[in-house]
Write a protein that binds this ligand. Structure first.
Ligand code: DAH
Length: 341
């Protein structure tokens, strides 16, 4: 028993002397091997324990264990103190300042789309969506574009399948009107935001994909005056109370009569600038009264119901709101651009 006691005390003294020498991670590692390693001095002591007479085994065991705890604590404390800060796992030192998390922002087109949706939601329009890969019926035929009608050329189409069942990327969100009319009975008040595709060379003013919001209102006795007032309400909500609109006669196969709508230029306050080409007006959407043939094609009785429709480009509205005049910026994902919104 005295023999074991001596050994424990010797090791303790040795440890005290060595501990002062530990000043680097290397010397700490040497320390670990010497004392705590699988062939280390502590292990030797534990082996010795087996030879201790039974009556003093308990005491000696406790002492060796206390020494082990002391050595291990010394080791972990030194390890933390000597390890460079950046190697310490985050969360170990709760007093360190937190890492900055950079917040993302909404894409300008999402902001504008959501604002448009919000304006129409408040006057009772519900949101509906349809597929981007569309068949000929929903994109063209049901909208009164007869086969080989030159109006189809107005929209350069990306075809996926030609032949009996033509499949293409939708060229406008008017296709969603058809789907809604096929699946719901009037009254219908819906807007359909979504992405559309056209086979165009990419430039500042044209892109092969862009975004539209389609609107459709069908009920008994819907008139052109309702359309005009709805669009005026929309223009004021988006561009401010001073905004004015004007309607110019136009042509779309699916509306009769049809019109294009200009809004007073918000960039120069309608005084005339290079964006509105010194006219004070900017075109923002197409619209009209839904052609009776379109109602009938989707199974709606045109002798009972009438309606109006409109379609606008989200990029166009965003351009006027944010004064961004190059369409390519919207899809380049340049953080310098996106961070501004
Ligand atoms: N679909 C047309 C386009 O992409 C826009 C449009 C015009 C939609 C008139 C309509 C409408 O609903 O009535 O150019």
């Amino acid at each position: 028993m005295p023999k074991m006691n001596d050994k424990i005390n010797q090791l303790l003294l040795l440890f005290k002397a060595d501990a002062d020498q530990v000043g680097t991670l290397d010397t700490l590692e040497e320390f670990r091997i010497k004392y705590l390693g699988s062939k280390g001095l502590l292990k030797d002591l534990f082996n010795e324990l087996k030879t201790v007479p039974n009556e003093s085994k308990r005491d000696s065991g406790q002492q060796v264990n206390a020494l082990r705890i002391q050595l291990e604590e010394f080791y972990t404390e030194k390890k933390t103190a000597l390890t460079p800060q950046e190697n310490i796992k985050i969360g170990q030192d709760l007093t360190r300042p937190g890492q900055n998390i950079t917040k993302g922002s909404h894409h300008p087109l999402s902001l504008v789309r959501d604002e448009i949706i919000d304006v129409f939601n408040r006057i009772g329009f519900e949101v509906s969506e349809g597929p981007e890969i569309e068949d000929d019926w929903h994109n063209f035929s049901a909208l009164n574009f007869p086969k080989d009608h030159p109006a189809r050329d107005m929209q350069d189409t990306f075809f996926i399948e030609k032949g009996d069942r033509e499949i293409a990327l939708r060229t406008h969100t008017s296709s969603v009107q058809v789907r809604v009319m096929e699946n719901t009975r009037p009254p219908i008040r819906t807007i359909s935001p979504g992405r559309v595709y056209r086979n165009e060379a990419i430039s500042a003013r044209a892109h092969c994909f862009f975004h539209q919001v389609e609107g459709l209102y069908i009920d008994k006795n819907v008139s052109f005056a309702d359309l005009k007032q709805t669009l005026l309400h929309f223009a004021k909500a988006i561009f401010g109370d001073h905004a004015q609109i004007r309607l110019r006669p136009s042509y779309f196969p699916f509306t009769e009569p049809s019109a294009e709508v200009d809004v007073s230029c918000s960039i120069c306050d309608a005084k005339g600038c290079n964006v509105c080409k010194y006219s004070g007006w900017l075109e923002i959407l197409g619209c009209g009264m839904v052609d009776p043939a379109v109602l009938e094609a989707s199974g709606i009785d045109s002798s009972v119901y009438s309606g109006f429709a409109f379609g606008m480009g989200v990029e166009r509205i965003a351009q006027l709101k944010f004064k961004v005049n190059d369409l390519r910026l919207y899809s380049e994902n340049d953080l310098r651009f996106l961070k501004q919104f």
